[in-house]
Design a protein around this ligand. Structure first.
Ligand SMILES: Cc1cc2nc3c(=O)[nH]c(=O)nc-3n(C[C@H](O)[C@H](O)[C@H](O)COP(=O)(O)OP(=O)(O)OC[C@H]3O[C@@H](n4cnc5c(N)ncnc54)[C@H](O)[C@@H]3O)c2cc1C
Length: 441
């Protein structure tokens, strides 16, 4: 079997790159090992840059129709568990301070998003979907794929590993990959929500936090932090004790969290952090979780995978259109994506540390840091811009001094507006399109 590009793995990253290739008329075969859709919770928070990508390929209407818009994420610190009504005034991280029209995020069920991408890709004749099809290994430069009853060899110009965290192709490429683990895990579960819960919310105390992210159909996705290794004990303690933990942090969930009637609905999530030493080797490319895994604190993993798929897809289209093929050109994908991914990984890791140490003194420090972050106009917009993916505006030493409270926050009148240079342009996203222009200059 022959194809131009073989994409291994039909998660959001693989589907995005395959769709982009199909739209350009490039022969693309996507193999996905799972028989049906998995009932695993995965990323559901779509950041503004990802919405912009969907807009550029005409998918924004179905995505918006199936999602719930998030304008802000409210941060609440609970000082004293004996008085659950006591809430330190919330701080808010607002997406609305970003430039329109991508000035909000969106919650959408992961499998719904995948279906939208797959349905769109299937409209193009150059797209071939093989499910179940499991990549086994490379044999004489060809990919050996196990179908239901037989094994086939697939020959491609390029092989894209979009297999997620357990990428076999990455192992084959023998890349360096230093993994960081954390002192905490998460429980995640979706259940009905009170109507008033329409924005994102993170409620924390000195030893844990509960993230609540509204989904369509009056549901809410919840993420609850637990100490590493305590999952089994929690199951033994039973669901009643689980409900209590949620209600301690958010009494408004009474009557809702109890709708969870089995531990089978609650999924354990183990955060890891890694970034491979290289995304490209010869004609093999890694994207999404195969290349990097980010702590889920900032809701970025799925977005990074889709954004990788967008840039790589555009590059392939250009290479085929201009009939220019080399691994040097392919590396332009890494040149664009690596610094952005690196920055997001760093931000998510820092947020994870702030929430992970069960120290009362740290709570006071965290409260201060979050206060400064949301009240200082420059820090706020930098943070929202960086997590949105629409641009990058790195923090300076002064920013860090303000954030930790060493220096007071800036006044509102300070000219803090985003400038064009802080937003990624088409030249930043797809620089190869402008190479000839650069040479002529
Ligand atoms: C519980 C949980 C919650 C998360 N929450 C968030 C969140 O809120 N926001 C966010 O942005 N991110 C979140 N993430 C991370 C996000 O889901 C991932 O970063 C994202 O799905 C990565 O996409 P991907 O396409 O790279 O990989 P995946 O989504 O992992 O897809 C990989 C695909 O490859 C297939 N595959 C694997 N091996 C093979 C093989 N050998 N042959 C063929 N197919 C293969 C797999 O079956 C799978 O379908 C969460 C992850 C988990 C597990």
């Amino acid at each position: 079997m022959k194809t131009n590009v073989l994409v291994i793995g039909g998660g959001v990253g693989g589907l995005t790159v395959a769709l982009k290739l199909a739209r350009c008329g490039i022969g693309v075969t996507l193999v996905e090992q799972m028989k049906g859709s998995p009932h695993l919770y995965k990323g559901e928070l779509v950041q503004p840059k990802t919405l912009q990508i969907f807009d550029s390929i005409g998918l924004l209407p179905p995505v918006l129709e199936n999602g719930h818009i998030i304008n802000e994420i409210d941060l609440v610190e609970r000082r004293d568990l004996s008085d659950a009504s006591e809430e330190v005034p919330s701080q808010s991280m607002s997406y609305n301070i970003l430039p329109k029209p991508y000035h909000h995020a969106l919650m959408i069920p992961h499998e719904t998003l995948k279906s939208i991408l797959l349905e769109e890709a299937e409209k193009y004749p150059s797209f071939k979907y093989i499910q179940p099809g499991r990549f086994m290994e490379f044999e004489n430069g060809l990919a050996k794929v196990k179908l239901s009853e037989e094994e086939v060899l697939i020959e491609a110009d390029y092989y894209v590993s979009a297999e997620g965290r357990k990428s076999k192709v990455r192992d084959f490429m023998q890349l360096r990959q230093k993994e960081k683990k954390y002192d905490h895990h998460f429980l995640t579960v979706t259940f009905p929500r009170p109507k008033s819960l329409t924005e994102g919310k993170i409620i924390s105390n000195h030893h844990t936090f509960l993230g609540l992210f509204p989904l369509p159909n009056n549901l809410v996705r919840s993420v609850y932090m637990i100490p590493k290794g305590s999952y089994k004990t929690m199951i033994e303690e039973g669901l009643e004790s689980f409900y209590e933990k949620y209600l301690e942090l958010c009494p408004a969930l009474d009557g809702y969290v109890q709708k969870i009637d089995s531990w089978k609905q609650i999924q354990l999530m183990i955060p890891v952090h890694y970034h491979v030493s290289s995304y490209v080797k010869d004609n093999i490319v890694l994207l999404g979780d195969a290349a990097h895994s980010v702590h889920p604190m900032a809701g970025e993993g799925m977005n990074l995978a889709i954004q990788d798929g967008d840039v790589l897809g555009e590059l392939f289209c250009w290479m085929y259109e201009h009939n220019r093929h080399s691994s040097e050109l392919l590396s332009l994908y890494e040149e664009v994506r690596r610094p952005r991914v690196h920055h997001i990984l760093k931000l998510s890791h820092l947020s994870a540390l702030a929430y992970s140490r069960p120290l009362r003194s740290l709570v006071t420090w965290r409260r201060k840091v979050m206060d400064q972050l949301t009240n200082d106009p420059v820090l706020h917009i930098k943070h929202m811009l960086n997590i949105s993916g629409l641009g990058m505006w790195k923090e300076t030493i002064i920013d860090r001094a303000i954030q930790t409270g060493v220096v007071p926050i800036r006044k509102e009148e300070v000219d803090y507006h985003l400038e064009k240079r802080h937003l990624f342009t088409s030249r930043d996203d797809y620089p190869w399109r402008y190479m000839e222009e650069e040479v002529k200059r």
